[in-house]
Design a binder for this molecule. Structure first.
Ligand code: PEP
Ligand code: MN
Length: 264
């Protein structure tokens, strides 16, 4: 137990509270208004209050879908407003921080940018809550050191998100250490959430690793869900179909309860 744990409050959810598991969910990427709205309706129906979707996509290959950019930010803001959901999206470029900060509630630094220090410095300047993901091959000291850039000048609303690392094991997309939460709680006071989707890399592995992370002490989950994963423009294999999303959330509730927490 970390007695000095910081609570980051957003949309009535207390990230970092020992009694709550905060859920953020939505598609990997914003693909269109219709796609995001359909995903968001299912997210809301499952009782989730924060909608994720990326408009800027750092892709391994330049021929892969790069995201809708500013128009994706506009769509996310619009859908969030219509459904009264808080919004969350990734920023990859210092030049886009201000535009997104004005329209979106939570901004994320993705794994590939954990040590993009100029981006971290720019993100430190905005009032929005920031989620920082660990780098693909970073250790916990490097992860928390990177988070210090975001915490400069008294900024407190910073959440760390553990999303697994690259190891020699390649049966899963990334390896996720279930001692990440115990370890990171010794190095930081910030809330620590978990991304089950990217380490799983496939939809049937998302539930078991989500259950494990809740029991291991994650303060929340950020999960990918898409109305039609087969046709998704990114991360097709790992997104939970929208029509199965409520059932996914329902199966996590008893796990949270067994750990004396509630899903929010
Ligand atoms: C994402 O969450 O959309 C993402 C790209 O994840 P990561 O940065 O962890 O690879
Ligand atoms: Mn993704």
């Amino acid at each position: 137990m970390n007695k000095n744990k910081v609570i980051v409050k957003i949309k009535g959810i207390n990230f970092g509270s020992s009694k709550e598991v905060g859920i953020i969910a939505g598609p990997c990427a914003v693909e269109s208004y219709e796609q995001l709205k359909t995903a968001a309706i299912a997210v809301k129906k499952a009782g989730v209050k924060i909608l994720r979707a990326s408009a800027y996509k750092p892709r391994t290959s330049p021929s892969d879908f790069q995201g809708l950019g500013k128009s994706g930010i506009d769509i996310l803001a619009e859908v969030g407003r219509e459904l009264k959901l808080a919004t969350e999206t990734e920023i990859v470029d210092t030049r886009d921080v201000k535009y997104a900060a004005d329209k979106i509630d939570i901004l994320r630094v993705g794994a590939r940018n954990m040590q993009n220090f100029e981006l971290l410095k720019e993100m430190n300047k905005v009032d929005n809550t920031i989620i920082l993901k660990n780098g693909l091959s970073s250790n916990y000291k490097e992860f928390t050191a990177a988070s210090s850039y975001l915490l400069e000048n008294g900024k407190e609303n910073v959440i760390l998100c553990y999303r697994g690392i690259r190891t020699f094991e390649n049966h899963t997309r990334f390896s996720s250490d279930m001692l990440a939460f115990s370890s990171l709680n010794e190095l930081t006071n910030q809330p620590i959430i978990f991304d089950p989707s990217h380490p799983a890399g496939r939809v049937d592995f998302v539930l078991p690793i989500s259950k494990s992370a809740i029991s291991a002490g994650a303060n929340g989950l950020i999960v990918e869900t898409h109305p039609n994963p087969k046709n998704a423009l990114s991360d097709s294999a790992q997104q939970i179909p929208s029509n199965e999303f409520s059932s996914f959330i329902k199966q996590l509730k008893p796990i949270a309860k067994a750990n004396k927490k509630i899903l929010v």
